[in-house]
Write a protein that binds this ligand. Structure first.
Ligand code: SF4
Ligand code: SF4
Length: 179
């Protein structure tokens, strides 16, 4: 088994948006929509306030409510890496998945189906990194198999502090932010 995830180094992200543009180009995301985005969050109290810049996207959760609530099975776990995908042909646009996602990671494509990050599974299956990872000028994003103890991503998670987003939602997100 494999479980794909990302470790994103918030110490290195400069918020340049290259990942966002790469995703829009690679995945032909329509104008006005995005599969990934940059969030900036102030943490701490004056005078020790720190700014965390995060490249965010679908967390490809292991307990994904968007999958369990989908009435048609369009939202599903891919055989490889547990990546959460949407089968566009089976999606009826009911938006149940959008309501269930704590991360606001999905949008309705102008063609009527729900769309979101796929971890660029078409590239990953060709042995490439997701587009966002491959273009990042500071190399702050690391993609890999969380089920492989020797993977680079696991080595990072063992050697650094990190957090995930809204862990209290219980979705078991697979994107981790190194701090
Ligand atoms: S982040 Fe949202 S859309 Fe992505 S797997 Fe988790 S619940 Fe589903
Ligand atoms: S909008 Fe599509 S993917 Fe989302 S729950 Fe409805 S049928 Fe499933």
């Amino acid at each position: 088994m494999s479980r794909f995830g990302m470790a994103i180094d918030t110490k290195k992200c400069v918020g340049c948006q290259d990942c966002v543009i790469a995703c829009q180009t690679e995945n032909k995301v329509p104008n006005g929509f995005c599969r990934d985005w940059i969030k900036t969050e102030a943490q701490g109290k004056f005078p020790t306030i720190q700014l965390e810049i995060r490249s965010e996207r679908c967390n490809h959760c292991s307990d994904a409510p968007c999958v369990s609530c989908c009435p048609t099975g369009a939202s599903h776990y891919h055989d490889i890496g547990g990546v959460v995908l949407v089968n566009h042909n089976e999606c009826i646009g009911c938006k149940a998945c959008i309501s269930s996602c704590p991360y606001d990671a999905r949008y309705v494509h102008p063609d009527g189906y729900v769309d979101k990050c796929t971890f660029c599974i078409h590239r990953v299956e060709d042995g490439l990194n997701p587009a966002c990872v491959s273009v990042c000028p500071t190399h702050c994003m690391h993609f890999g198999d969380l089920d492989d103890p020797s993977s680079h991503i696991n080595q990072l998670l063992q050697s650094r502090k990190y957090h995930s987003l809204i862990p209290e939602a219980g979705t078991r997100p697979n994107i981790f932010y190194l701090t």
